[in-house]
Write a protein that binds this ligand. Structure first.
Ligand code: ZN
Ligand code: MN
Length: 476
């Protein structure tokens, strides 16, 4: 029998607000433990939370990016659970009136467009972080993350393979980053993913027994986990290796298998009820229009704009999920540089230099002014691309002034056509045999002379210019 996998995702993305959802504590990453807390986010009795408006702005933006209906009237609910990562013993979330619902994302899989339904997007608070200290046999808790705003994006079970999940997550990440709503960096824990999976005979419309894998935090682990769970489910059905039960399972990426964690809770276990301390959320047209006017979700228009000037699809994907690179490109182009060319200076040359130092483009510190100076020196023929690359290396690594560095190293002089001419003269005088061959009709001899010139110039001259000057001299 052939089986198909049915997958739905619940994604938690930390919102990029500066302060927490119900208090003014900072959300900055990397501070000392328990330094970004207050009576509100540590759930002291008697405090009153106040909703951060930016959280709703961002949730609406995410909803617009995913073609959702935005509710006019929302409320917040308490989801009760008893665990030390949340001292209030409930998480403020949204139960039956989320900010966004009934949306979709179109993704491209194997050249075909697949529509993934979005059931809902709601806002909620994050919990603290437990650190299990094996040495002292104790568990420690850091409340800095407590009250950091999240959106939870729940998809329909419309995904059917690890590949589907991969493209869906990439698309979602690009949209949220482009809209500056969330960082979505799984390795930083700012995006976490719960995978709901079941299998059924192909063509059947009944869903099989579903298991959930919680808090997956790397794409490659998700792919492995989906492959493992699919095989486990099929084995259980076909060969009766075990009895499938609806439960939450933990993926162990070292052992490469899942383990049962607990029986899946139902909504009733959480005893949801409206939070009496929080006002309803009323979203009127004015608020909605204000957000739409900022065009935060025009990612496809931007992609078309880049594509029209010849930037490749792969480069576009890199740019659209990184505002820093996008601004660098746009600003450099605004200073008069060619877009396609500039994209390659940034995404190939700068990336290559950083990679050698074990860094990524996120650590690039070049300004548009500096980059455009280098590109213009090359474009105007003042230096060749090799020299430009040398200057770029010094700029990226040591933040030098490009013009001063070029002068200091004599990179422009090497490209001086009189300097090239004297090299050509020297090569010609040293290779009488090649000249004779050339004059006797052996056109290939010119190739050897050209190579000798390049070698002599150590890659400093523009090959096209050298070729032209050489041919001119040979034809005399
Ligand atoms: Zn606080
Ligand atoms: Mn949640």
């Amino acid at each position: 029998m052939t089986f198909e996998t049915v997958i739905g995702l619940e994604i938690h993305a930390e919102l990029a607000t500066k302060s927490k959802i119900y208090c003014s504590c900072s959300t900055a990453f990397g501070a000392d433990v328990n330094t970004q807390t207050c009576p509100i986010c540590t759930g002291m009795p008697g405090v009153l939370p106040v909703l951060n408006k930016k959280v709703v702005d961002y949730a609406i933006t995410a909803g617009l990016a995913m073609n959702c209906e935005i509710t006019e009237y929302g409320k917040q609910d308490r989801k009760n659970y008893f665990y030390p990562d949340l001292p209030k013993a409930y998480q403020t979330s949204q139960y039956d009136m989320p900010i966004c619902k009934n949306g979709y994302l179109d993704v491209e899989v194997d050249g075909a467009i697949k529509r993934i339904g979005i059931t809902r997007i709601h806002i909620e608070e994050d919990a603290g972080k437990l650190i299990h200290d094996g040495l002292r046999g104790a568990s420690l808790v850091d409340y800095n993350r407590c009250g950091v705003p999240l959106i939870e994006i729940v998809s329909q079970p419309d995904l059917s393979s690890a590949e589907d999940v991969e493209v869906y997550l990439e698309r979602l990440k690009m949209l949220l980053r482009y809209a500056k709503v969330a960082e979505c960096e799984m390795s930083h824990g700012t995006m976490r993913c719960d995978v709901n999976l079941s299998v059924r005979p192909e063509g059947s419309d009944k869903l099989g027994v579903r298991t959930e894998m919680k808090n997956m935090n790397s794409l490659s682990a998700i792919v492995r986990a989906i492959e493992y769970e699919t095989a486990r489910h099929i084995d259980a059905i076909e060969r009766h290796t075990e009895m499938l039960v609806q439960e939450t399972r933990r993926w162990d990426d070292v052992k490469r298998r899942t383990f049962p964690m607990r029986n899946k809770e139902t909504a009733a276990d959480y005893r949801y009820f409206p939070d009496p301390n929080l006002m309803p959320i009323v979203i009127d047209d004015e608020w909605l229009e204000e957000i739409k006017a900022k065009k935060p979700v025009a990612v496809d228009e931007k992609a078309e704009e880049y594509s029209a000037v010849g930037i490749s699809d792969k480069e576009i994907a890199m740019l659209l999920s990184n505002h820093k690179l996008m601004s660098l490109l746009d600003d450099t182009v605004a200073l008069g540089c060619n877009p396609k060319d500039t994209a390659s200076w940034i995404l190939t040359d700068c990336a290559g230099i950083l990679r050698k130092d074990g860094k990524t483009l996120n650590e690039l510190e070049v300004t548009a002014e500096t980059l455009s100076t280098i590109i213009k020196m090359v474009d105007s023929g003042k230096i060749n691309r090799n020299a430009g690359k040398k200057i770029l290396i010094a700029v990226v690594e040591e933040n030098v002034d490009p013009v001063a560095y070029c002068k200091e190293k004599g990179l422009d002089k090497q490209f001086d056509s009189s300097a090239i001419e004297s090299v050509i003269d020297k090569v010609i005088s040293e290779n009488p045999k090649a000249i004779e061959d050339y004059n006797n009709g052996k056109v290939k001899a010119a190739q050897a002379l050209f190579g000798a010139c390049m070698k002599e110039l150590r890659g400093a001259g523009d090959p096209a210019v050298i070729k032209e000057l050489l041919e001119k001299k040979l034809s005399k």
